[in-house]
Design a protein. Structure first.
Lengths: 437, 437
């Protein structure tokens, strides 16, 4: 088999066979195929697309390039949720406890912040002592004991994805929905799950700004997961403004604890319930979405989900007392209000700017090797549709450096549109549902 | 300037600016941009195409990556002809003497055989003693003295093309007409010429099998040359069967001498006259194609072109006595006839197969480092439209190895189609003319 032939055939729109894709991906992972051939192939894939069979073969080859976890000894469904990333998108910390509290298993392998979006690992690490770097053996023990575990990707999982992603990052081949799908699904399916619920974000704070692109990616991921024998559904959900009020690692953890205590922002609570309901339904724990939603509400109302989160924190080495006292989470030294320049209604928030402001405050990374400041962030008081008076606070910024505040403030100010009239139509929280039921 | 941005913009169909293309090509030539980024960009170019301005910028950057010869001291037009490659395509050895005999200068930098096609350098080297590796100073002296010089590419000419071509060869990015155009034109315009006549081949023995693809490439090359200030025209000419009768290095030299002596095959003589006429016209030596053709005929009839070839051979160290005695050229030890299996008419010859058979006999290279056997080759007796009797010779193979003969013979046999009826329409020798007049 000649690499150049495979590149040319992909370039000319010919479908590659499974063994040809295995030859390429495995050869590349073993350093037998050079970067320059793989990048030409990736560009051909980006511009030509893939058939569903090619995509399934690519995903499965990447999945099998490393360790695939097996939790078949656990006596209930293994189930995870994955979000494509957003601003203030913190549902994992709410959903994992809810679903585990109802007797299912959530072996969640998460990522760090990427670009303007936050990452579950960074949020968890704002809890003093919380260890996201468990060995597989420890991960297995935590899961078996409490039903949920939240860790970072290990070097053993999908090494082909790690190598391909690094190449895509420097060759303009990140944005292909096919390559994004294979990257996400190969990592998620290595978790040894039966069920996956995908939260595909769309809007100004998402990677897929248009609903059309979000739907394309969602459909690819659902079909690919199904072809690999999993039950999968995808919710297209709104990321045109931050989810909840808190943007920033410790601030978001506190907000999650509020929701688990039966409080917290409506949109965050609602999305957490909807996603949990889908997970219960696909995990065969309930027979309808409505029943799933009821079960999720019950897990919150009874305090079981909150206690499950306490247990997870404790088992992963964190200070579980944060559940009862937000003050034990890292606190920024100073606060500043961003005030509205006019009276009227918030008609739009450029959500990516808010995320970028959070990164500039130190809550995310401009370069991979940087560390994050867990305490800083933004509390978004005014969201789309809210009325506001001139001089009233739109946001409160929690900061540790005046210089960083100065760079973040204009971004936040410019992200708001204040108009005389209330916006005509509110965007729904869930735009569409795709996949298994 | 970020390489990844330039790759992404090309990928998305955005036009790159001249300074951006210079940044990419010069950075790559200086080893500052890695292969894997360049190959992704090349694939994006192949699939997205280029604007004429981008193509001119790419060609000029590659041209200026090395030495650009300057023969402005020579007192008449500097003019060259370039063929995209074919089988039995030997017109350079006839045209350079014709044009130089009429007082113009032909600084011809040629290539070796590529794939199934022959190369001018390999043909010239079958003349005992002929040296194609002149220094630029010697090339200049030969040119000044006799008006024509024929050498190989030096390392100093268009090094960007050399590096890019090697990368394209292993990344499935050879076939782009834009990249082919930039590669050809950057090398040709480094010759310091005022005028270029392109012989763009089409048919079963050409790289561009379809006339459509040949026309696309021809138009790109003509416009690019014009943008860089040269007078350029392109003839789309037929390569659906070998040109002339001889395929093989020494055999082709002998056939060229025949034409210069006023004999030789009609098609070879005709194409040589037509191309010479275009060169005379664009070189302002004559006022019409008809006048140019008359001048070319006169150069042959008077023996001036033949004597010019003798002079070139002598000045480049070759044994000029081959002009008077073909027997001084290398001779194969044995000959074999390929006989027609049926009576009828030759309706088609798969021309690439004939070229490949010539390579298999040893007349070309399967790998770059191989040397060629100057003596071997094929004399094609029967061409399209000719009548043939069963058992009559279609070709005579000149060979030095029975094993090589055995591998070449089936290819030649299979390349012929013999039918009861003569083909309805003969393909014209010149399909179209594009460009300056």
């Amino acid at each position: 088999m000649l690499v150049t032939d495979l590149i040319r055939r992909k370039r000319d729109g010919v479908e590659l066979q499974r063994n040809e894709i295995e030859f390429l991906v495995n050869g590349y992972t073993r350093d037998e195929i050079p970067d320059y051939q793989m990048s030409a192939w990736l560009m051909a894939v980006l511009l030509r697309g893939m058939t569903r069979a090619e995509l399934a073969a690519l995903t499965e080859t990447m999945l099998n390039s490393g360790q695939v976890l097996d939790f078949s000894e656990l006596p209930a469904a293994k189930i995870d949720k994955h979000s494509t990333g957003g601003v203030g998108d913190k549902t994992s910390l709410i959903i994992a406890p809810i679903v585990a509290a109802a007797g299912l298993y959530v072996p969640m392998i998460s990522g760090r912040g990427l670009g303007h979006t936050g990452g579950t690992l960074d949020k968890l690490e704002s809890i003093p002592g919380f260890n996201v770097n468990l060995s597989v053996a420890d991960f297995r023990r935590v899961l078996a004991e409490c039903g949920a575990g939240l860790i970072g990707q290990t070097a053993e999982i999908a090494p082909a994805d790690k190598k391909l992603y690094a190449l895509r990052d420097v060759t303009g081949t990140v944005e292909s929905p096919y390559l994004i799908c294979a990257s996400i699904m190969s990592k998620k399916l290595a978790e040894g799950i039966d069920v996956l619920v995908l939260d595909v974000k769309t809007g100004s704070g998402a990677f897929m700004k248009s609903e059309k692109d979000a739907v394309i990616l969602a459909e690819l991921m659902v079909e690919t997961g199904q072809r690999l024998g999993k039950r999968v559904s995808a919710l297209i959900t709104d990321m045109d403004q931050p989810l909840g009020h808190a943007v920033g690692n410790a601030l978001e953890v506190a907000e999650c604890i509020d929701v688990l205590n039966g409080h917290g922002p409506d949109d965050l609570r609602e999305l957490s319930l909807v996603l949990s309901a889908s997970m219960f339904l696909l995990g065969r724990r309930v027979r309808s979405v409505a029943e799933g939603r009821g079960l999720a509400e019950e897990m919150i109302a009874s305090g079981k989900a909150r206690e499950k989160f306490r247990e997870v924190i404790r088992l992963q080495g964190g200070n579980a007392a944060v559940i009862d006292d937000h003050g034990l989470l890292p606190q920024a030294k100073q606060k500043a209000e961003i005030k509205s320049p006019a009276s009227g209604f918030v008609t739009a928030i450029m959500c990516e700017q808010i995320g970028t402001a959070g990164v500039l405050l130190g809550g995310g990374r401009a370069r991979k090797e940087e560390s994050v400041d867990p305490a800083v962030g933004i509390i978004v008081h005014k969201k789309v549709g809210d009325s506001v008076s001139a001089g009233e606070a739109l946001c409160t910024v929690h900061y540790n450096s005046a210089e960083r505040l100065a760079s973040a403030t204009p971004l936040i100010e410019k992200s708001y549109t204040i108009a005389a009239a209330v916006p005509l139509q509110k965007r729904p929280l869930v735009h569409r549902v795709i996949g298994d039921e």
